[in-house]
Structures are given as structure tokens and as C-alpha cells.
Design a protein around this ligand. Sequence first.
Ligand code: KG4
Ligand code: ZN
Length: 342
Amino acid sequence: MEKELLTLGIESSCDETSAAVLKGGRTILSNIISTQIPVHQKFGGVVPEIASRKHIVNIMPVIDEAVKEAGVQLSDIDQVAVTYGPGLVGALLVGVSAAKALAFSLGVPLIGVNHLEGHIFANFLAAPELEPPFMALVVSGGHTALVRVKDYNHFRMFGQTRDDAAGEAFDKIARVLGLPYPGGPRIDKLAHEGKPTIDFPRALEEKGNYEFSFSGLKSAVLNYINSERMKGHELNLPDIAASFQSSVVEVLTHKAFEALEASGLDTLVLAGGVAANSALEARLREGAAKRGVKFYFPDRILCTDNAAMIACRGYYQAQAGMYSDLYLNAVPGLSLQDVGED
Ligand code: KG4
Ligand code: ZN
């Protein structure tokens, strides 16, 4: 039997320093995540300079720990996969530099990975039976998109956001409500205590439109809060959280199923940090059961930024010979582009 390759994955695009060792395409031997959230919390968001410095301090210890926990030696690693975008440039550069140095010194191939593709591939780790084709709803702090995944190296963008990403909207509204960073999980929790009594807008709901827009919703929530304050009313924070969340979740759910139907696929996959949202997961699960389609989403630890998903994407890229050279650079504005030919 052919030896299963060991892939070292490295992720440092935002506020998590992570390293993972993967055996073959789907077996996680280790997935170490060192989060900087407590450091950035007092500033209400990620401070790029601080993030870069923390990554520099953390990167080698995190890689050492990943290798140790996997029960292997660095010299056993067959290839190194690293996030090269999108993300904060200084943060990305730390991971990219470490990965290049390791690949060069170990004499093994380097694989530059698009972070957003990594989020989609987290699903292969969570569900060993999952195979393309499927429709992926990618919802993170910086992106909201519907992507048709035809096979492991063949994606088509179905629609994305025109302005804010869903996670960004969660974080901004949370900040206005006085909740700490990151806002998504806080709103999720608060929404459980409230009811969606306020009618906030749902943008671009017309049939056949697979684009998203969350900036109008954000303004509507801010206007509502200001006008309630001016009237001297006390704000019902749980209801505001529940109403805002319900607007986001409804739009995401509605468009995801429309896109699935339009593409003739029978499998929907959820990816990105916002995939951890309990209401979104529940609505998609319900919708999938009603329509008789399959629905996958990763465990919470694989939803948010982690290196195992980067190693997984890297493994499948390498299978197709999609390697990088040692000139690989950080690309902060990298988007989820079409990959492969039709
Ligand atoms: O994918 P991710 O970890 O980082 C990026 O690549 O952007 O996503 C982070 C985003 C943040 O905006 C955070 O507030 C949001 O995911 N998030 C959530 C939840 N957990 C994390 N949003 C809504 N509900 C959650 N439970
Ligand atoms: Zn992410």
C-alpha cells in the first residue's frame, strides 16, 4: 500500500496562530490553535500590528507542538501547506515565511492555500464520506459567498457579497450593542433570550439573485437603535440581536437553497466562522430535511480558523500538482476565484 503523505498545515491570516499535521487527505493527527482573541478584545477588534507580533512569537512553538502531538518528527513531514491570503498582510507573512523556511530546509514541496478554500475543505475533515459536487455557503468575517464545488480542484463562484460580509455585520452590530469582540458568538447567545420582533430588511431577495448585501441591514439596525434612544426608550438587546440574526440567517438560507436548486445539486455544505452560528445551522438543517437534500457543516473547532483545513486543501492541491515555489508571497486581498476549467 502506498504510504499516506504527512502534510504540515500553517495558518496565520488573522488572530489565530495554528499548525496541524494531516495524514493522507482526511486524518487529523494534530490541530493546534493559539488564539489571540483575549489580546485584541480590549481594543474591540483585531489590531494588525499586535497580531503580527503575536504570530512571530507563537509560530514556531505552535508548529513544534503540532508535530509533537502528531507523534512524528519534522523530518517525517512530506509537504508544507500554508495560507497565503486573504488576510492581514503582516499576519500572513509570518506563516508564509515560516512555511517557506521549513519547506526549503526539509527539501519538501510548498503549497500556498487560499484561506477561503480551506474553510470549504474543513468539511472533508468533518465528514469522511463527503465528496464533490456540492454547493458551499462560505460565511466568514471577511467573506460571504456561494461556491459551486464541482470537484476537488474545480470551483465556480455563484454569488458573493456586494459590501459587508456576514461576520463583519455581526461584529459591527455587536460593538454597537456594547458586546465584546468577536461579536458573532455573543449575538448568537443573546438572540436565544430574545424574539425577532423587529422587522429589519432582507436585501436582494429577488429570485435568481445570488449576491448578498448586509450594509443596508447594518444601517437599519443602527438607525433603529438611535431612534429608540432619542425617544428615551430602553433598548431590548436580546430582541435586537434576535431580529438582526434572523434577517441575516433568513437571507443566507433562502439564497443557499435557491442556488442549490438552480445548480441541480443535492448537497449543501456550510463553511467559515459564521458556520458556528446555531440559528444558521438549525435553519439550514431544517431546510435540507424538508427538501430531502444532504447538509454538512464542520464541528465548531473546524468552522473557525485552523490549520487542519489548510493542510486538507493543500493535500488535494498537491494531488493535482498545484504546488508553489519559494517566491510565494502573502496576498492580503486574495478572493475566492474560479478554479479549474469548465
Ligand atoms: O472564518 P473566521 O474564523 O475568520 C475569518 O476568516 O474571517 O470567521 C470569524 C467570524 C467573525 O466575524 C465572528 O464574529 C464570526 O465568524 N462568528 C460567528 C459565530 N462564531 C463566529 N458569527 C455568528 N455566530 C456565531 N456563533
Ligand atoms: Zn477564516
